[in-house]
Design a protein around this ligand. Structure first.
Ligand code: FAD
Length: 462
């Protein structure tokens, strides 16, 4: 008899959530994790530390820009960088420790070390080989590299280095205008750095609704971020505590150079499967290095599954978690399901940006007839009270059936507001269903209702 029903490799949001659900379903479960702490990229060097820094620097921004208007008199706030780092680390420790507690509570064994799969049904950690009926690969991802750019995690850093800089830089070049680059770019801009974002494409946050992209970039510019768009970075080199980034503008091939104290390379992440022995096992990978899985997250080798950032799909913690829960159900002989059409995306800048489902661009491409219900936060009393009335809610609904197909929000608490629309979409709701639902006043969520009203007879407050 196998020692475990399930061994999960990797304790990120995919792996740890999967393990907890497996244990809840009565499966004897172990998790292999090579880091010193549980929680993976997300809790240690991703979602959580970045949100702590975003929160702290947002408070700084409020104190500097809005306190006086509200009649709050404080001395000019100063940044104690070491204390901000220690606050961030406390937040991380609290969360990673929380997962360790949940493992104990659910009787999940943590096999400490780096694991490999010598054959189906077996996982090797150090010198020990453990047996399991099912193996789940949840090994996550690492930052992608860029040719010509030499990362030293001090002057030229990935997001991991950017979360733990020795000091706050006076200038920063961010390579890549994706979610991670813009979130961390915002953090350092609020801390007083001259931040320049260099992006290959002509738009920020590729794949998002074009109207949101434009408004978002405008708002970030107002906050002091500089943008060089359509620029192909050729190299970045550190010398004497500074770094030089050279890039070519795609429109005319002209060559340029820019210097900064810190360069953040934020050009995406790639699946991490090194050391697992997938090659020898015959586990197939896609040409992008993702583990190939079927509709039940099983790889090309029976009994071995994969979830999270190491397979295809959006590299998001909640997507990994959903797959973790679903594959646990599969291992327990039940049915697991993830609705990939309703996975929200959030950018935690100020204002926040969120989206779910179709964009106008994707609907046009599919030739689908749709209507747009849009409402500006200018008509939302609560947003005005907190100086956050820029931005809007936009709901896309089927032109004939009124069924909600997607939504895009830029404004206060956008990352929370999107979930009312996610739930509506899961229930196959029409925009009118949202419009007829009573929303408390004064809340930001009234803007969602107004956008739903705008899909029909029109909003009230615009
Ligand atoms: P990971 O979290 O990467 O975990 C994989 C774990 O597996 C790691 O701990 C690794 O040590 C371990 N591992 C790998 N191989 C082995 C092995 N052979 N043996 C033992 N252990 C192994 N997503 C969001 O949804 N919201 C956000 O706000 C957000 N912010 C982010 C901010 C930053 C700066 C970054 C970098 C990422 C952010 N993400 C965010 C993305 C999110 O962190 C990932 O999508 C998520 O962590 C993926 O989870 P995972 O379980 O697939 O893998």
């Amino acid at each position: 008899m196998a020692e475990y029903d399930v061994i999960v490799i990797g304790a990120g949001p995919g792996g740890y959530v999967c393990a907890i659900r497996c244990a809840q379903l009565g499966l004897k479960t172990a998790v292999v994790e090579g880091r010193e702490t549980l929680g993976g990229t997300c809790l240690n060097v991703g979602c959580i530390p970045s949100k702590a820094l975003l929160h702290a620097t947002h408070e700084l921004h409020e104190a500097e820009h809005n306190f006086a208007t509200m009649g709050l008199k404080v001395e000019k706030p100063e940044v104690d960088w070491a204390q901000m780092q220690s606050y961030k680390q406390d937040v991380v420790n609290g969360n990673t420790g929380g997962i360790e507690f949940l493992f104990k509570k659910n009787k999940i064994t943590w096999l400490k070390g780096w694991g490999s799969i010598p054959e189906a049904g077996k996982v090797k950690v150090g010198d020990e080989v453990h047996e399991a009926k099912s193996i789940i690969i949840a090994s996550g991802s690492v930052p992608a590299s860029l040719p010509g750019v030499e990362v030293d995690e001090e002057t030229i850093v990935t997001s991991t280095g950017a979360l733990s800089l020795k000091d706050k830089p006076k200038s920063m070049v961010v390579i890549g205008a994706g979610v991670i680059g813009l979130e961390l770019g915002s953090v350092y801009a609020r801390l007083g750095a001259e931040v320049t974002v260099v992006e290959y494409l002509d738009v920020v946050t590729p794949g998002m609704d074009a109207e949101v992209q434009r408004q978002f970039q405008r708002m970030l510019k107002k906050q002091g971020l500089n943008f060089v768009m359509g620029a192909a970075v050729q190299s970045a080199k550190a010398e004497g505590g500074k770094a030089r980034v050279s890039y070519k503008l795609r429109k005319d091939d002209s060559e340029h150079e820019i210097e900064a104290e810190t360069v953040l390379v934020a050009t995406g992440r790639k699946p991490y499967t090194e050391g697992l022995g997938l090659d020898t096992l015959g586990v197939k990978l896609t040409d992008r290095g993702q583990v190939e899985v079927d509709a039940h997250w099983q790889t090309s080798v029976p009994g071995i599954y994969a979830i999270g950032d190491c397979i295809a799909g959006p590299m998001l913690a909640h997507k990994a978690e959903d797959e973790g829960m679903a594959v646990a159900e599969v291992c327990a002989g039940k049915h697991g399901h993830v609705n990939y059409d309703v996975i929200p995306g959030v950018i935690y800048t100020h204002p926040e940006v969120s989206n779910v489902g179709a964009t106008e661009e994707s609907l046009k491409e599919a030739g689908r007839k749709y209507k747009v219900g849009k409402f500006s936060f200018m008509g939302n009393a609560r947003a005005k009270a907190i100086f956050a009335a820029e931005g809007f809610v936009k709901i896309l609904a089927d032109a004939e059936t009124d069924r909600i197909l997607g939504a895009h929000i830029i404004g206060p608490a956008a990352g929370d507001l999107i979930h009312e629309i996610c739930v509506a979409m899961e229930f196959g709701a029409a925009a009118q269903d949202l419009a007829l639902t009573c929303h408390a006043h004064p809340t930001y969520s009234e803007a969602v209702r107004e956008a739903a009203l705008a899909c029909g007879d029109g909003p009230i407050h615009s």
